[in-house]
Design a protein around this ligand. Structure first.
Ligand code: EAX
Length: 326
């Protein structure tokens, strides 16, 4: 007696040694996000994990926690600061309460198209804003793409700000967003993303806003009927890391990590560029509303004063440079 377990554990040990791909990396990043496993961001994290394991011969990898398993988006930024989580992609909107320069991206109708956004985000202004996170104990690595945001409603075909009058609407946890929807005439309130599906289902809110592909991934088509193509804001997903975790990488592995992030960023943006079209085609039960230029202009006119609020929060100089660049 007693020999059977010994043989069993010897067998398990052999299995572990024989399959190095399953071995635990020396540096395992706990990576978290608030979206579904079908999202472009999740797929890009899987791509990054594969790249890292291959290029470092298994020394570095990710363990991915989707669907807010480790907390909502604001908490996820705090988790990065405390080192409970090592890597996240998260909407820039909640990041602004940690580094106010991020409010600059909350100017409505700032970017005309994704190419213009990439130029600014990957350029001097975008990189400066990422670097501003360092004093908060966060490393900003890159900008992934959540996408252009659209207004969605449960049962009203909105075409003008007046159509939204008094409508209960969910915004992200960001004062500029709340103020902007108030200017439009809605009745906005902030809510963490991980509580949104239930809130829409229970009728706590009649409307919300976000990218079409995210709406599809989160199955919001079960609780919202209209998507109004306002394109009111471009939503970046900054990729953020814990500094101590990065410092645990050898110089060689850090170089591999940085290149893998560049490649994963290109991959994610490529997926994101196709995702809205695919999602729209898949949601035949949703009514998509195209706005005439003049109808869009009516929304833009309402939110024009918001730029002054952003100047106060993000700094006038930064806002002026950003407006010149876009
Ligand atoms: O990062 O809160 C939101 O609507 C965001 O777009 C979402 O959390 C994805």
């Amino acid at each position: 007696h007693g020999s059977a377990p010994a043989i069993l554990s010897a067998a398990l040990l052999c299995t572990t040694i024989a399959t190095p791909a399953l071995a635990q990396p020396d540096v395992l990043f706990r990576a978290a996000h608030s979206t579904a496993t079908t999202s472009t961001g999740h797929q890009a994290l899987e791509f990054l994990d594969k790249e890292l394991r291959e290029k470092t011969e298994g020394r570095v990898g990710l363990e991915i926690f989707p669907s807010s398993q480790l907390g909502g988006e604001r908490e996820s930024v705090e988790n990065i600061q405390f080192g409970n989580v090592d890597l996240i992609f998260v909407s820039s909107a909640p990041v602004a309460s940690f580094a106010p320069a991020f409010f600059a991206f909350d100017i409505p109708f700032l970017f005309d198209n994704r190419e213009q956004a990439y130029e600014v985000l990957d350029g001097e202004i975008g990189q400066e804003i990422l670097a501003g996170l360092e004093s908060s104990g966060i490393v900003g690595l890159a900008y992934w793409e959540n996408g252009f945001r659209q207004l969605t409603t449960a049962n009203k075909e909105v075409r003008s700000p007046e159509d939204l009058a008094g409508m209960k609407m969910r915004t992200m946890e960001n004062e500029v967003h709340i103020a902007a929807w108030r200017e439009i005439g809605a009745n906005p309130a902030p809510l963490a993303f991980n509580e949104l599906f239930t809130a829409l289902q229970q009728g706590t809110f009649d409307a919300q806003e976000g990218p079409i592909n995210l709406f599809y991934d989160m199955k919001f088509n079960e609780v919202q009927k209209y998507i109004v193509k306002t394109n009111h804001i471009y939503s970046p997903w900054p990729l953020l890391a814990n500094p101590e975790k990065l410092a645990a990488l050898s110089d060689e592995d850090r170089a591999i990590f940085d290149q893998a992030v560049i490649d994963a960023t290109a991959h994610q943006r490529q997926l994101a560029a196709e995702a809205d079209t695919k999602a729209e085609a898949a949601m035949t039960e949703v009514t998509f509303v195209d706005l005439e230029p003049a109808q869009k202009e009516a929304f833009a006119a309402k939110v024009a004063p918001i730029v002054d609020l952003v100047r106060e929060k993000a700094g006038a100089d930064l806002v002026d440079r950003l407006l010149t660049a876009t």
